[in-house]
Design a binder for this molecule. Sequence first.
Ligand code: NAD
Length: 288
Amino acid sequence: MTVVYEKVALIGLGLIASSMFWAMKRGHVAGHVSGYARSAETRDTARRIGLCDTVCDSAEEAVKDADLVVLAVPVGAMASVAQAIAPYLKAGATVTDVGSVKGTVLSAVGPHIPQGVHFVPAHPMAGTEHSGPESGFATLFDNRWCLIVPPEGADETAVVRLEDYWKALGANIERMDPEHHDLVCAVVSHIPHLIAYTMVGVADDLQRVTDQEVIRFSAAGFRDFTRIAASDPTMWRDVFLTNKDATIEMLGRFTEELFALQRAIRTGDGEQLHAYFTRTRAIRRSIL
Ligand code: NAD
């Protein structure tokens, strides 16, 4: 494969950035990759496991001469990181991010990007419940979607180059506007995480069922459904605080359905339950 960017800088060295690094190495997608994370412990771990060609002690140093700068920090930290690196960005470089919410990233990060530097937000629809520099792996993005969310008036050449980069990491790409992105992600990712967190919270809160029983007897339902409740709390706090409108809209719809099912159970309306489950089974099977 051919090099898409000569020098790439990764800011934040967690699950997504480390997976990007291993995927870049696998496909020879970048000539040189520098990295920076805020905590010295993360930087030490990165050096120990060979994550990045150079691990820098400052973000400014990492982005120097970079053709592509990737913000891979929690959504709430994106703006301050962008502000800090702005004076050190090379003219003609592209800044992108991997944040799970796009409306806020565009409005909070966009103003910090200097004239002559391209800004092309993106969101790989791939992840696990693990976090940190040791959690990444080269195949994370293979055949997964990466949504590209260019701001209005974005330079087409810069956008296409970023799309080529994500394809080289193994992903399929699709362009989307930020509002639609945030709504889609509320449905397919954010609400499921919120529900998983509440399932664990409720199980823990019960008086007559002990935590030990939950652990011992959790078969497919609880175990499968709550895997994502082990995800990083900072990342998910930021997702809900920055995707407020879409999450609250979708949560309202979800609550309506739950109440309808609750009523059907209370009134013994087996017909309604059966019809509902038949419809959702057909939809779920058609997704696979
Ligand atoms: P992670 O917790 O594994 O890593 C985050 C990294 O950012 C850590 O290295 C942390 O030290 C660093 N960091 C935090 N604040 C910083 C700051 N102010 N300056 C510099 N470094 C800082 O998280 P992750 O899963 O890799 O997520 C990173 C981004 O990717 C988030 O915006 C998240 O919304 C998005 N994302 C995550 C997933 C997922 O499933 N985990 C999927 C798609 C997108």
